[in-house]
Ligand binder design. Sequence first.
Ligand code: SF4
Length: 357
Amino acid sequence: MKLLYGTSNAAKFEFMQKRVESLGIKLLSLNDIDAPGVDIDESGNDPLENARIKALAYYEALKIPVFSCDSGLYFDGVDEEQQPGVHVRRVGAQTLTDEEMIEYYGNLAETFGGVLTARYKNAICLVMDEENIYEHMADDIASEPFLIVSKPHAKRTAGFPLDCLSVEIESGKYYNDLERIGKIYAEDGFVKFFERTLSGKLKKARGKVLVSACLMGEACRYDGNDNLIPEVAEKFKDAVLCCPEVLGGLLTPRMPAEIVSGNAEDVLDGNARIVTKAGEDVTAEFLAGAYQSLKLAKENDVSMAILKEGSPSCGSCFVHDGTFTGNKISGVGVTTALLLQHGIHVYSEENVKTSPQ
Ligand code: SF4
């Protein structure tokens, strides 16, 4: 299913596309279509009013299914007049640049002792046609509470300027230093919204799915256990199962293995290896498993895979760093890398495990 996301912000588009791809939704942005200029007066008093104004304006101009999102930033213990709400970029008559926003909110935090507790309220409005308009603004798409601090992180995230001032309450770390920033943007709530509103249509749009067998309860993990996630097992009960390492001829249980001296693409190119904790080279078995998994995917017309995060075969966001010390680094497993090279979208169980049927 294709949907227009009424935004030309590349970072926000990419963020949302990653979330909804697992539902078989392909997004188009305003940059992808030949859209006439749409004059939008974002004069709503809250995120839902603005999301509605934008989505209806785009639908009126283009007559295709479209959704818009809007956010408001709210602080605990701050007067109404100083609450940014939906005017995060606007202070008085001035519209702030990214760097001006960082300076302004950093200074605001400073006046409150260096830290403010904050939350984004988010809203979405989806217009399928004149009669089918869906709206949502509730806690499940609000961000978790987080801190805005006075001292910015050195890293900037395009499209999300305030990320560099945002700190996770639980860990006390900047979101820029965390592996997953998704929680702050309530990714699961948006996925649930689309599942709820488009459930009948989405089932038809989904192709076949390949899933790591260990996520479905098969005891094929290196230590002889499984990684069962009941929500994944229930949601993908008709999926094609595969364990690349078993397909590659490795036994269960087996020694844990990690990619060394390169990344998964290097392994596929013959320029890096996979070794067990005991130092045995198991590159050939991992490669055999990756190619067997690709064969299985092609035979079953698979368009998407849900694979176990962190594995040297199945990881899709991170893997272990080759030192067997538990350190994780950004990267993918060897099977994931091969599937991606062949146009199969790969997601981790983290993307789907909390979504409803
Ligand atoms: Fe098999 Fe992948 Fe699960 Fe490891 S993570 S046990 S390779 S399915």
